[in-house]
Ligand binder design. Structure first.
Ligand code: AMP
Ligand code: MG
Length: 423
């Protein structure tokens, strides 16, 4: 794993730029897990393991796009009205009707198969019916031959790749696979991700009263929730671990043995005198990074046994920011997903912002439409301390302030990762 050192060479080890760290992590990732077959609905959010090739045409036959009358385009009069005799009705689900003699049309409903030889549908609201004669009259110029007919295979052609392997399956994809008749879908096995929180001060929720000097462990719950939202993980909760070498050794060993990825929080701070770093270094190959970012400067990254390790900082906002800056992308790639950058909004700052050049800053903001209709604007959610989790909870987006940027005036455009669909 330490061939990633070449990625890092030439960079300040005390201020590793975020993009460099991301590239280095991408080189650490082992192959994705094996494939398994799941029922269609269980595939939502999972990573497709094989291309889905269309085994039929969708739609399977030409059919009507409107309620009206099916006719032969060549029967439409060049000038003046067209008069056609009505011959029967085709409903959705009926077998395609046999060909009609020239000068005839057939009542047809949306989705019904086009009768053989007919290629055009005139919507019912365009025609006058002459029920005494069993005829319709179509005024001149209301439609062209071929109108209002859906062609067989216009959605999916036979043999076409409908969905590519590596796709995270979304609602439309489930519908698309259903339209191909697929009841089972090949997906990657979920990543097994073990989470644990380290720190002597931490108590699990439900502990009452909270002893003096202690805090409730929130990180494990945020981590669990972020992992659930990713949709590609099975989360194994290894609880709160005290900052004690034997306890840490046992917890990390157990977690690494049963998981593809271990994610811990706490104990990796720069210059920290606790035992977490020592135990990680003893059990595996681990790098302790100091990143040029805020929040979330420290990050441990490496392997314990076969498992990939992410040692996140302890501060609750830093946990979330580090997860979205590094872990999310790595887990998706590890799960076999084709990389897709997060969509960013460009939004104008409502107030000036202090920003130190030479590090990437992630600030929590509320983004909305500007009152003047001129696109998006963003305001910061109060205190940006890395322990102030309420700043994250109040926000609906994360401002990503570029490594090189300095202080920004009101009105400056910044990148914002919207939480909708992510968090
Ligand atoms: P550390 O990275 O261990 O130095 O922790 C940094 C800060 O985050 C300290 O104030 C910790 O108390 C706090 N912290 C660490 N782990 C957690 C946790 N699981 N839940 C809430 N706060 C935490
Ligand atoms: Mg600690």
């Amino acid at each position: 794993m330490f061939d990633i050192a070449s990625c890092l060479s030439g960079h300040d080890p005390d201020a590793l730029p975020v993009p460099v760290a991301r590239q280095a992590i991408a080189r650490l990732l082992p192959a994705p897990p094996a494939a398994e077959s799941v029922p269609l609905r269980e595939s939502l959010g999972r990573v497709l393991a094989e291309d889905i090739v269309s085994g039929l045409q969708v739609p399977p036959q030409d059919n009507a796009a409107m309620d009206g009358y099916a006719l032969r385009g060549t029967d439409l009069a060049g000038e003046g009205p067209t008069r056609l005799t009505i011959a029967g009705t085709s409903l959705a689900g009926d077998q395609p009707a046999a060909e009609l003699p020239p000068g005839h049309c057939r009542r047809i409903m949306t989705g019904a198969a086009m009768p053989d030889g007919l290629d055009t549908v005139v919507p019912q609201e365009f025609v006058q019916r002459d029920d005494t004669q069993g005829c319709i009259v179509i005024p001149a110029g209301v439609l062209k031959p071929g109108a209002n007919r859906r062609l067989a295979g216009e959605d999916l052609a036979l043999g076409e790749v409908a969905l590519r392997a590596g796709r995270r399956l979304a609602p439309a994809d489930l519908g698309l696979m259903a339209s191909l008749g697929k009841a089972e879908v090949p997906v990657r096995r979920r990543l097994r991700v073990a989470i644990l929180a380290t720190g002597d001060e931490l108590r699990p929720v439900g502990t009452t009263p909270l002893p003096p000097g202690c805090i409730y462990d929130s990180n494990r719950h945020t981590m669990w929730a972020m992992l659930q939202r990713l949709g590609v993980c099975e989360v194994l909760d290894h609880g709160v671990v005290a900052d004690d070498p034997a306890a840490l050794r046992a917890a990390f060993t157990r977690a690494a043995a049963e998981a593809d990825v271990v994610i811990s929080s706490g104990g990796v701070s720069v210059g920290e005198a606790d035992h977490t770093k020592a135990v990680m270094a003893e059990l595996g190959e681990v790098l302790f990074w100091k990143l040029a970012m805020r929040p979330g400067r420290p990050l441990a990254i490496g392997r314990i046994g076969e498992a990939l390790l992410f040692g996140l900082p302890g501060n609750p906002v830093a946990v979330m920011v580090s997860f979205y800056a590094f872990v999310r992308e790595a887990l998706l790639a590890l799960a076999g997903a084709t990389p897709a950058p997060l969509p960013l909004l460009r939004a104008r700052l409502t107030s000036p912002l202090r920003k130190k050049a030479g590090r990437t800053e992630y600030q929590r903001g509320i983004v909305g439409r500007a009152a003047d209709g001129g696109g998006w604007q963003v305001e910061i959610t109060g205190s940006q301390g890395s322990g102030v989790l309420s700043s994250m909870s109040r926000a609906n987006g994360l401002l990503v302030l570029d490594h090189a940027a300095g202080d920004l005036p009101a009105g400056a455009e910044v990148d914002v990762i919207p939480f909708e669909g992510l968090i």
